[in-house]
Design a protein around this ligand. Structure first.
Ligand SMILES: Nc1ncnc2c1ncn2[C@@H]1O[C@H](COP(=O)(O)OP(=O)(O)OP(=O)(O)O)[C@@H](O)[C@H]1O
Ligand SMILES: [Mg+2]
Length: 311
């Protein structure tokens, strides 16, 4: 279990079944009495001063101190104060963030797999991208601005946290629209916890870029992408870094990920450019895999999406 080579997952066969949730074990939780809640809260409080997590776990659940995801919440989200987190391994390391696999639950209760995206605050980050992002988002407190400009460790951490905040907001907005994105469970500092897209044994869904779909499957995935783009545009948004690497395919369904740089198509002076670049990037992948340009009609699609986005 959990010993997959996450950076080079096997190509999975395409299936048409509906996307399934990743809850492991029973997903319904019992209701706690107020007294029991208070007792568990005390246990938790003591645990914070106790660095040793219980039963070989890596930490107590950080749920109650984090920004929590949009409601109504899926029923598999573990909200119990006495839950613990187990680190199961690294799904992917990147320049800007590392993504880890986490299991959260009560020792004898429901367990759920989560993807933990942890933004880096180290020198390895791409400061160019940070500068572009922070432009126009002036921080009011000059201490924070100075820390960022001087790249102190405090400042670097603030930047990393801003990315986590931005991605959590984007996922929350898109989830609430009904778009196929991982449910954003919580955000705490530079760490974002979201629904794990993959199988219950911890194998992550492959990126679109790794697949060689047959012509029918390719066409079906394109139609899903157009629906996804249409929904995003209807909210006035564009992904901003769309590619076949930021789309996962789970049980035949596309799932959009990696959204910290989401763009407001109308308010952003380069909004139109980002939307066009997204569509051309990903259409290019479909063409290389053999989908005819007469089907994708990229120029027509861009024109439609811009009309929708301008609402
Ligand atoms: N919710 C998730 N469920 C399963 N796997 C995920 C999830 N989120 C991310 N991953 C895995 O982690 C990889 C990196 O995630 P993401 O693209 O969000 O981060 P990134 O730092 O931008 O990485 P990159 O620079 O490679 O794009 C994904 O390609 C995917 O394999
Ligand atoms: Mg990515």
């Amino acid at each position: 279990m959990y010993e997959h080579d996450y950076d080079q997952p096997e190509q999975l066969p395409m299936r048409r079944s509906r996307r399934t949730k990743n809850s492991v074990g029973p997903s319904r939780r019992g209701r706690l009495t107020e007294r029991e809640k208070a007792r568990l809260a005390r246990v938790r409080e003591e645990a914070y001063s106790d660095p040793v997590a219980p039963d070989g776990a890596d930490r107590w659940s950080t749920w109650d101190r984090a920004d929590q995801g949009p409601v109504p919440r899926p029923d598999w989200v573990v909200t119990e104060l006495a839950a613990v987190d187990h680190e199961l391994g690294v799904l992917k390391t990147g320049k800007e963030a590392d993504v880890h696999l986490l299991r959260r639950g009560l020792p004898d209760g429901p367990q759920v797999l989560l993807a933990a995206k942890r933004y880096r605050s180290s020198d390895r980050r791409d400061f160019h991208r940070d500068a572009a992002y922070l432009e126009g988002r002036r921080m009011r407190r000059s201490r924070e601005m100075r820390a960022i400009e001087h790249r102190t460790s405090f400042g670097r951490n603030l930047i990393a946290e801003q990315w986590a905040v931005a991605e959590f907001g984007a996922l929350s907005a898109l989830w609430s629209l009904g778009a196929p994105v991982p449910y954003p469970v919580q955000r705490d500092g530079t760490e974002l916890l979201m629904e794990f897209i993959g199988s219950p044994d911890g194998a992550a869904a492959p990126r679109l870029a790794q697949l060689r779909p047959d012509p029918d499957e390719l066409h079906e995935l394109w139609l899903q992408l157009v629906a996804l783009l249409d929904l995003t545009a209807s909210a006035g948004l564009a992904h901003g870094d769309l590619s076949a690497y930021n789309l996962l395919v789970h049980d035949g369904q596309l799932v959009l990920i990696d959204l910290p740089q989401i763009v407001d198509v109308v308010a952003n002076p380069n909004g139109e450019y980002f939307l066009q670049r997204d569509v051309r990037n990903v259409a290019e992948w479909f063409h290389r895999r053999g989908l005819p340009e007469s089907i994708t009609d990229v120029d027509g699609l861009i024109a439609d999406l811009l009309t929708v986005a301008r609402g």
